[in-house]
Design a binder for this molecule. Sequence first.
Ligand code: HEM
Length: 557
Amino acid sequence: MIVQSIVEFLGANAAETAFCCIALLTLYSLVFGYTKPQVIDTVTNEPLAVIGLPTSLPWLFPKTRARLSSIPNAWRWVQEGYEKYNKHGKAFKVHLISGDMVILPQEMVSETKNLPSNVVTIKSLEALAVRWTFDEYVNADVFHVGVIRKDLTARLAAVTPAIVEELDLSFKHYIPKLAAPPDEKGWREVTMYDLVLKVVARTSHRVFLGEELCREEEYLDLSIKYAITVFPTGMLINCFPKFLHPVIGPMLAIPLRILRRKARKFLDPIILKRLALIRDNVPESERPNDLMQWLIEASLARGGGFATVDAIAVRVLTVAFAAIHTTSLSGTNTFYDLAYLSSLTPNDAYDRPPADLLRDELLQVFPPPHEFNKRYMQRLYNLDAFLKETLRLRLVGATHSERLVAAKGGFTSKSGLYLPCGTAFAFPGSARLADPDVFENPTEHRHARFYRGDVAGADEDVDEIIYTEKGSAADKKLDRYMVTVTEDFPVFGMGVHACPGRFFAANELRILVAWFLLRYELKPITTRPPPTWFVCIDIMNTTAKLHIREREAMKLE
Ligand code: HEM
């Protein structure tokens, strides 16, 4: 009851809550911010240049005012610093609301991307306050990353029929529920993000947890709500000094714990049933073959507190968190681009509406009855290139690959930049992707830059080549493939922390867009729903409505 009241109070007074957090953070940074060891260029012995300090009354709490002003302006500062410093091989610093961040030049990507975790750690563990928003076990060992990278990717072809089936059932289930009734011309208005989120959540859960739970509406909603609540909770916790986290963390994570308790009503019986199968030595071939099973087996191998029902349930929610929103945002952005670019055709990049281009390719590769399979999905060169271009333009914020220096003695780069222990650093994201020296016509959506249907060997199993790293580094044709991570394509991160779920996400996205384009039309829109910048994050518009219409031929099938 008390907890519910607190949650309701915080919800009803969101602005005041945010203000209090900002005030606390300001106070904290005032006290501790000035005493930290500095990032130094050891060649010149100079500290780093800072972008974003106030120019009026520069002596009046400049750092604190910069932090507050970073909420609407940080992305502009990174853009400015990229031109002024990064492009000349130099780093610079910004004071963000979440703390100081050093933005390194591109030249330092290769020397930092594969550093071990005792030198550099992934910042998201701290930024999301994983210890409190998930649990200490997820914080202590992210072995689910290996399970996704190895087991899920290796079994992608095997799970594709389940993805195809569930996606078809989900679209057919959610379109009538979420779209308005058709107008006289058959167009139905729908909030595209809501539709894509539901379809992606259900389809992903089919592969993660099996048929039993993926269609349980209440569980799906809980898992989505959990994921949505993690971000603000993590941010809120990080507004407080570290030494207060053991007190503040559990308190602020109460709403998450309530959601978790509700989700466990669904997860626990399944986990217990599966643990019993293992205990009773049921042969592996007779056990379920999905992500939950692989996670359970990996948790048992890890042993101790990692192997409890609670810890396994939290890890399942962690994977859903990492997977569902990123894929839904990518899918929705693709539909926004398809609808928007259609209103601009013909132009230099598209001589006809891109939806027609992609649909023709689909009909060629998968003629009726349109039976999708993973191997042939890779022959959808136009679709792949279109998806990759949407990811390039829409899925990278002002920075990427945020890391924290963990080595006690700090880290000194080859160029002599000394980053003390605890320094947060990242690389410029959107600024570099919009740099004409890196991409031609960088701000235009041009799928042709990633089209790979014209290269020899395009029919091989490219996932296999990239996953097993059999391709030669000089093999530039692989760079154009959707999930290839290159230093100029940071959508899936870099190096040791590159997204382990990207092969799964790409497969799911291809099927999602292909299913839709075969069966539905999108009404062109003349304005693309604008994103909002929050510090360094480019937040997609999730409330925009599109008009969709079922194709006549498909109604008859
Ligand atoms: C289009 C969809 C996706 C995008 C754009 C995306 C993007 C990313 C990025 C940029 C990172 C690196 C973060 C960093 O360097 O700080 C990352 C990491 C991660 N992603 Fe994805 N992701 C997607 C889908 C998925 C899916 C489907 C899964 C799970 C099945 C997943 C699981 C993870 C995990 C567990 C990590 C952490 C890796 C680590 O700590 O080493 N992602 N993702």
